[in-house]
Design a protein around this ligand. Structure first.
Ligand code: NDP
Length: 329
């Protein structure tokens, strides 16, 4: 039996290339649950794995796709039976393990979560790793005392995947969202997701000049890192927290410790990949409840496996808006 998959292979000269192939089921990795994949999506990491690999891909030929949703086809895991709808994010699937850019995937049952009530496989992938991570960031800020009455919350990289979902969730929960974007063409989109105002990227892009600026933000979800995160730390209100999610603008943090020492600012690390099961379930339940589905629909850019190599290059250049949903069939 064969199925369609997007395969990335590496030439002898080290160059990667992607192609759509029909491959035999016997080539799937050994594990206890086989899933008929319905939808996958595109995240920043997928852009890396579709192209040069970014040090994430262990072996070639490789099937990328760090997340997927579908129906269990075969299972020797007691928790899952054929016909169950499931979602996978993280666990280095699509990097060190064959992923979701195929009609079938085989993974460990412990990596899956049941499709949350109220979600379809399509909107679970509209959320995907990016949206799941945005929810983890919102929950971390709440656990550290964030409330709507505390003041405005900054979202950086706002028109990207993490930023779009973070903006929609926070606005729906009653927060005043200030959305940082480098793309003027996305201002109306961000306002339609619920952003109260847009902050042009250049306003926060410059590196730290003064360790403390005026106390402006009650919280921040940061998908950008680098000089922007460093700058924002000095703009946080007393005792406020920043959830550090991404590095779209760089992995360095050219900051001073002054905001931590004089303003009690917290820098909260957010990891979606190895998040333990109970925390995953909580985040998915919150997404089904707190993310308005009409806002999610407005973020969707539909795509097929054939579209992915070009979209992968786009996301690495920061040119993808919202969430790409890949129908793999
Ligand atoms: P996207 O590419 O969809 O979004 C990133 C956004 O950041 C872009 O759309 C752009 O937004 C902004 N941006 C891009 N380049 C720059 C730059 N040089 N300087 C400032 N802003 C920039 O990616 P995702 O939303 O999928 O992921 C965002 C980040 O979060 C990535 O670094 C990703 O690896 C990370 N991530 C981390 C996870 C975790 O578990 N911690 C899980 C998922 C993602 P705009 O045009 O609006 O300015």
């Amino acid at each position: 039996m064969t199925f369609k998959a997007l395969i990335v292979d590496k030439d002898e000269d080290g160059k990667t290339h992607a192609s759509i192939e029909n491959i035999d089921v016997s080539r799937l990795p050994e594990a206890d649950v086989t899933v008929a994949v319905e939808y996958s999506t595109l995240n920043y990491k997928d852009g890396l794995c579709l192209g040069p690999g970014g040090g994430l891909v262990r072996n070639y030929p490789h099937v990328p796709g760090i997340d997927f949703a579908g129906t269990v086809e075969e299972s020797s895991d007691d928790w899952y039976k054929p016909g169950d709808k499931v979602v996978l994010t993280g666990w280095r699937v699509g990097e060190a393990w064959w992923g979701g850019y195929a009609q079938k995937a085989r993974v460990k049952g412990e990596w899956l979560v049941p499709l949350p009530e109220g979600l379809t496989t399509r909107n679970a992938m509209a959320i995907g790793t990016a949206g799941f991570t945005a929810m983890l960031a919102v929950m971390a800020l709440e656990e550290h005392g964030l409330k709507p009455e505390n003041g405005p919350v900054l979202v950086t990289g706002a028109a990207g995947g993490v930023g779009s979902v973070a903006t929609a969730i926070l606005a729906n929960l009653g927060y005043e969202v200030a959305a940082v974007t480098g793309r003027e063409s996305t201002w109306d989109y961000l306002k339609s997701l619920g952003a109260a105002r847009v902050v042009p990227r250049d306003d926060v892009a410059e590196t730290v000049k003064r360790p403390l600026e005026s106390e402006t933000w009650a919280g921040c979800i940061d998908a950008v890192g680098g000089p922007m995160l460093a700058r924002v730390l000095g703009q946080m209100k007393y005792g406020a927290s920043v959830a550090a999610v991404g590095l779209a603008g760089g992995a360095n943090l050219p900051a001073t410790v002054i905001p931590f020492l004089l303003r009690g600012v917290n820098l909260l690390g957010i990891d979606s990949v190895m998040k333990p099961y109970d925390g995953r379930l909580k985040a998915w339940e919150r997404l089904a409840k707190d993310l308005p589905m009409d806002k999610l629909e407005a973020m969707i850019h539909p795509a097929t496996l054939e579209d992915l190599p070009a979209l992968g290059a786009d996301i690495l250049k920061g040119q993808v808006k919202g969430r790409v949903v890949v129908d793999v069939n």
